[in-house]
Each structure stands twice: as structure tokens, then as C-alpha cells.
Design a protein around this ligand. Structure first.
Ligand code: HEC
Length: 155
């Protein structure tokens, strides 16, 4: 039975394929805005901020940047997540997302995509100074959107 129903499903899917380009994408936003922040964008940003820069310790100046290939790859992964998170912020249909917000919501989201892409390039190049500087720019984008849309009274 199982095999027959799989075969039937494939047949139905095959007959649906008219060869026409898809005009509407059936997005299915899954996280509310607060969880997109807490579970996706914030952890990715923390990987960047926690693994870039220099700090003074008893042993002198210590680098926070990755050392192994695996650690560098983590930075690349986090950068890609940040860039794509900007697209998630703009996705239609997300609760508390772009729908009904001002145009600047899109501008802030695009700034996340652009900053994420720059981080991606810099971490692939292992360009420490660039990662540090762009990490700072990223922080300013977060704060700007939060001032406008998340915690307007606090800042
Ligand atoms: C396009 C706008 C926008 C951008 C850009 C943005 N945020 Fe947010 N963020 C929000 C909104 C809106 C909320 C409040 C969500 C809610 O309460 O429903 C929020 C909430 C948060 C929270 C939840 C705080 C809490 O109370 O639990 C965290 C953490 C967070 N953002 C991190 C970030 C970080 C890190 C960045 C940048 C890398 C960022 N956000 C960029 C709109 C944005």
C-alpha cells in the first residue's frame, strides 16, 4: 500500500508541474520575531562578537580570533546566518515582522544582509581587523532597529 501511495503522490506531483515559473512562494515563517532574535540572529551575532577583537589580560594582549580551521569555519557559518537572517526579517507573514512596519524596517533588514555578507567575505579571508570593524557596524544596526521598533522608550 505504502509504495502505491508514494507512487500516486509522485504521479500527482508530476502532473502538477506545468513548467510554469512559480509566482508565489509559500513561505511558512516559523519563529515569532522575539525567537528569530533569541534563537537565530542573536546567537550568530554572539559568535562574531565573542570571537573577534583583542583584550588585555595578565598575560598581555590576547586575541579573541579563531585559531583552527574549524573555529574559522564557525565564523563563516555565523556570518552566513546573519546575512540570511536579514532576509528572514523581511519575510512576509511573520508575526511582528515586516508586514505593517515602516519602510525603515526593510532598510534595517537589508543592512543586516549587507553587513552579514561583508562579514562572510572578511571571515573567509580571515581578515581580523575587518571582522572587528564590521562587527561594530553590525551592533549599530541592531541598536538602530531596536530603538525604533523594540525598545523605543529605553534608549
Ligand atoms: C529590523 C529590526 C531589527 C533588527 C535589525 C534587529 N532586531 Fe532584535 N529585535 C527586534 C524587535 C522588533 C524585537 C522585539 C521582539 C518582540 O518583543 O516581540 C527584537 C528583540 C531582540 C532580542 C530579544 C530581547 C529580549 O527581550 O529577549 C534580542 C536578543 C535581539 N533582538 C537581538 C538582536 C541582535 C543581536 C541584532 C543584530 C545582530 C538585532 N536584534 C537586530 C527587531 C530587530
Amino acid at each position: 500500500m505504502r509504495i502505491i501511495s508514494i507512487a500516486l503522490t509522485l504521479l500527482v506531483l508530476a502532473s502538477c508541474d506545468s513548467g510554469e515559473p512559480v509566482t508565489e512562494t509559500p513561505y511558512k515563517p516559523t519563529t515569532e520575531m522575539i525567537n528569530l532574535m533569541n534563537w537565530i540572529l542573536d546567537p550568530a551575532a554572539d559568535v562574531i562578537w565573542g570571537n573577534s577583537g583583542w583584550e588585555m589580560t595578565e598575560l598581555g594582549e590576547q586575541e579573541l580570533f579563531p585559531e583552527t580551521d574549524e573555529e574559522w569555519q564557525n565564523l563563516v557559518n555565523a556570518s552566513a546566518m546573519i546575512a540570511e537572517s536579514g532576509n528572514l526579517l523581511m519575510m512576509p507573514g511573520r508575526e511582528n515582522g515586516a508586514d505593517g512596519r515602516g519602510e525603515d524596517w526593510i532598510a534595517y533588514s537589508q543592512a543586516i544582509v549587507d553587513t552579514g555578507n561583508k562579514l562572510l567575505e572578511a571571515s573567509q579571508a580571515k581578515d581580523k581587523q575587518a571582522i572587528f570593524d564590521i562587527g561594530g557596524q553590525l551592533y549599530r544596526v541592531c541598536v538602530a532597529c531596536h530603538q525604533r521598533y523594540a525598545y523605543p522608550d529605553e534608549q
